[in-house]
Ligand binder design. Structure first.
Ligand SMILES: C[S@@+](CC[C@H](N)C(=O)[O-])C[C@H]1O[C@@H](n2cnc3c(N)ncnc32)[C@H](O)[C@@H]1O
Length: 276
């Protein structure tokens, strides 16, 4: 299906954000890998109800960064994204992993009760929730797991760089839209329709980032603002100036210009009841 057709099927406007090739490129280049610990935690949770982990489906998979980590734990993994340009950037050489263009609310290629895990990384906030949850319930096996996860804006161990990140965050917040804020705040109100569901927000992604990588976050924010109708808000020149000043200050006490970034991670997961 073409991007336009898939996007047209969704009533939501924000997914169009990721149809754009520039956004996909920036996303793929400045995305963050989730921790091994997160993929293991979710897989172990699945094993509480299902002995064999056969099929995991990751919807809103982007370029595959929320998908590939499951290939160690499941026989087969399928990543699905509404954006053709995101799928084009996903890896093609992992034998037990494939990627498809499609909508999370319409997974017709999957039979009912066929999936052990349905995951959704940093994308639930972009989807029509009722339709998504109904489709999740259709494709999950009884005892299968629904796992929704994401991460917040980063913090940096260097105070000067952290101040710059906080400034970027505060500047962009008024314009990004409630869907992105929901994710950045780690889905504070999300409750799953499955009894006994749990929320873990004690995990962290730790990643080294160069100044260029941090500027990349600013470029991604710029794409979000353009898509949200705020083309006139261009923070990039000021971010670049502030970055240059920050680096000058940092060079006075440090030779290294790679920064340790920490992204707080949340996962909300539950088992589809064995008997309805
Ligand atoms: C922020 S990215 C997340 C990518 C990746 N899962 C991650 O954790 O980094 C959100 C993705 O959700 C996709 N998306 C939005 N609505 C969707 C829908 N209804 N069905 C499938 N994918 C959707 C977008 O195209 C985008 O690639």
């Amino acid at each position: 299906m073409s991007d336009e057709k898939v996007a047209a099927k969704s009533e939501f406007t924000l997914p169009s954000l990721f149809v754009d090739k520039n956004t996909s490129y920036h996303y793929a280049n400045h995305r963050h890998s989730y921790s091994e610990e997160l993929f293991r935690l979710i897989s172990d949770f699945c094993k509480e109800k299902l002995e064999n982990l056969n099929l995991a489906v990751d919807v809103g998979c982007g370029p595959g960064n929320s998908t590939v980590g499951f290939t160690k734990h499941f026989k087969q993994v399928i990543g699905v994204d509404i954006s053709e340009s995101q799928i084009a950037l996903a890896p093609k050489d992992i034998p037990n992993c494939q990627f498809k263009v499609g909508s999370a609310t319409d997974l017709e290629f999957l039979p009912a009760a066929s999936v052990d895990l349905l995951s959704c990384g940093l994308a639930f906030n972009l989807m029509p929730k009722k339709e998504f949850l109904a489709e999740a319930d259709r494709i999950l096996k009884p005892g299968g797991t629904l796992a929704i996860f994401g991460y917040s804006s980063p913090r940096c161990s260097d105070q000067v760089m952290d101040d710059l990140l906080q400034w970027m965050h505060d500047k962009v917040i008024p314009y990004v839209g409630k869907e992105l804020i929901e994710a950045w705040e780690l889905y504070p109100d999300l409750e799953l329709p499955y009894p006994g569901w749990i929320r873990r927000d004690d995990l962290m992604i730790t990643q080294m980032m160069s100044p260029e990588g941090i500027l990349g976050l600013g470029k991604l924010h710029r794409r979000f603002l353009i898509e949200n109708g705020h083309e006139e808000i261009n923070l990039l020149p000021e971010i670049e100036d502030r970055m240059a000043a920050a680096l000058q200050e940092i060079r006075q006490y440090s030779d290294g210009l790679d920064f340790e970034m920490k992204f707080k991670t949340v996962v909300i997961m539950g088992h589809k009841p064995l008997q309805c």
